[in-house]
Design a binder for this molecule. Structure first.
Ligand code: ME8
Length: 518
């Protein structure tokens, strides 16, 4: 048997400095949709997420709460895992940077780079932003503040280890130039190329002012500074540097590192240069998505204006929340979160278009045929256009997903429902039902719509994985894994004699007047 092609996708590992908000949920849900889609299209997928547990900020947060860093992160990380289960995330592994397997890999890379002369010790003076855990040179400050978050920085001087990033700048730039799909979208790629061209400085990669980190193997007074530690998770989780590195050999290099635009630079410059220096293959692609903003600005744990995804899941259901997130953020751009927009999306796309099509179809099949649909007759009238759209949609969705345009892919699926609703208007089954001679045609029309719903259910499943088991009974099908496979997407797959059922609406309309309650 031919081996399946592999697909390795990662999310950032999140800081357990506080609970996660809807912005973090976006990244993980988007990665999950890609992972599920690739599994459905026949890939052997490995999907990783995790937590980035070291550093001064975490150490301080734990102190403020009067806890040990370990006890503090354990509790928050348990919350992450609960959130991912609640969001139906299908990750294959969860890496914590406090695990032994991770420490071993980080120390191995550090030692290797040191042995070959790419790491050196020097005294360092710089402007440090504690929330961002980043050193800045004077020239990069904006009005004397951190250029990333705008908060005040402090002047620090210490002995540190440095990584000779500058030595690899030309090679890195060449790699980006020669691999147009390495950084998506193109706007981020251009930003990164200008960043390198403006000159790369060597990178400070150890600290002596706190202890909560992985010690430098040959100089344990120093702990390894966050980014070298954090980025290595993508290979430590695969067993790199350990006794069993079969996953590493199977899945590395990663196909996609999905990250927010705030950390594209770390993933497209620092990380590949570390790998380049260590003689390891570079990831194939880094996708930088936009931010989910509030009217009041960027959601952030430190600003305290966060939206808790668990509350939304409770109120609207996990599929609706996943749908909203995936549909709302256009590829690479920012989007605004508001509960009004969320309710509007659910009502418009899920209740009116998608759910209502199920309702109408099942109701009519029951009214006219006791639910039972036979094989369709020859296509006529508007059938050809509907069939053409339905049959070309899987290919279109796949192409959009391969371009990482999730929102457009989701929209293409919902468009099927919109088109089929229009088809019902065009064919007017209620009029056909009045003429006994047209029962065959009536059956064909309803079959075509039911079959469109079957396609839409399969195609929407990576985005709303809980939907199929609720939808199949309406189409007279019993939940089975082979119902939502790529192979099932052949016109005519809905068996003749299937009995459509009337059920509760899949997505009840939400009364906007209830907003803010609960
Ligand atoms: O940066 N909108 O962790 P982090 C969309 N530990 N996405 C958002 C968002 C928003 N408002 N806010 C956060 C770190 N995110 C490091 C990563 S990786 C080796 C180390 C998402 O907890 C976005 O993907 O601050 C961002 O990159 C990630 O959360 C940062 O999470």
């Amino acid at each position: 048997m031919q081996e399946k092609k592999t697909f390795y996708i990662t999310t950032p590992i999140y800081y357990p400095s506080d609970n996660l908000h809807i912005g973090h949920a976006y990244t993980t849900v988007a990665a999950d949709a890609m992972a599920r889609f690739k599994r459905m299209t026949g890939y052997d997928v490995w999907f990783l997420t995790g937590s980035d547990e070291h550093g001064q900020k975490i150490e301080r947060s734990a102190q403020e709460k009067g806890q040990s860093p370990r006890a503090y992160v354990d509790k928050i990380v348990a919350g992450f895992q609960h959130l991912w289960r609640s969001l139906n995330i299908s990750n294959d592994d969860f890496i914590r940077t406090t695990e032994e397997r991770h420490k071993r890999a980080v120390q191995k890379i550090f030692q290797k780079l040191y042995n070959q002369g790419d790491i050196y010790k020097a005294s360092y003076e710089g402007w440090y932003c504690t929330p961002c855990e980043t050193f800045w040179t004077e020239g990069r400050l904006v009005d004397g503040n951190c250029p990333d978050c705008g908060r005040p920085v402090e002047l620090l001087r210490e002995e540190s280890y440095f990584f000779k990033m500058s030595k690899y700048a030309d090679r890195m730039l060449k790699y980006i130039e020669e691999n147009p799909d390495f950084i998506l979208p193109a706007s981020r790629r251009n930003e990164m190329m200008s960043f390198i061209k403006s000159g790369l400085e060597d990178l400070c990669i150890s600290r002596t002012t706190f202890d909560w980190g992985i010690p430098v193997p040959f100089d344990p007074k120093h702990v390894i500074y966050v980014w070298v530690d954090a980025l290595t998770n993508y290979i430590s989780a695969l067993g790199y540097g350990g006794e069993d590195d079969s996953l590493y050999r199977k899945y590395w290099p990663a196909d996609v590192h999905l990250v927010g635009k705030d950390i594209v630079r770390f993933h497209t410059i620092i990380w590949p240069i570390i790998l380049m220096a260590a003689g390891l293959p570079l990831p194939k692609q880094v996708v930088g998505h936009g931010w989910l903003l509030l009217e009041s600005g960027k959601m952030s744990k430190s600003k305290g204006n966060v939206v808790d995804p668990l509350v939304l899941i409770d109120k609207y259901g996990v599929d609706a929340i996943r749908y909203y997130l995936l549909r709302e953020l256009p590829f690479g751009a920012d989007g605004y979160y508001s509960e009004e927009a969320l309710v509007h999306r659910i009502n418009q796309d899920l209740a009116n278009d998608f759910g209502n099509l199920f309702n109408r179809t099942c109701a009519m099949a029951n009214k006219y045929f006791g639910g039972r649909l036979e094989a369709p007759g020859e296509p006529e009238g508007p059938d050809a256009e509907l069939l053409e759209l339905v049959q070309s949609t899987p290919g279109k969705v796949e192409e959009l997903m391969n371009r990482r345009e999730i929102s457009n892919a989701v929209a293409a699926v919902i468009r099927l429902a919109g088109r089929a609703n229009k088809y019902l208007e065009e064919t007017a089954p209620w009029a056909l039902a009045k003429d006994p001679a047209k029962r065959g045609r009536l059956n064909t029309v309803l079959y075509n719509v039911a079959e469109t719903l079957r396609f839409a259910t399969v195609l929407i499943s990576p985005f709303m994985p809980g939907l199929p088991e609720r939808a199949w009974p309406l189409l007279g099908l019993e939940e089975r894994p082979d119902l939502h496979t790529w192979e099932s997407l052949r016109w005519g797959g809905l068996p003749a004699g299937t009995v459509l059922k009337k059920g509760k609406p899949l997505f009840p309309r939400i009364d906007p007047a209830t907003l803010g309650e609960g």
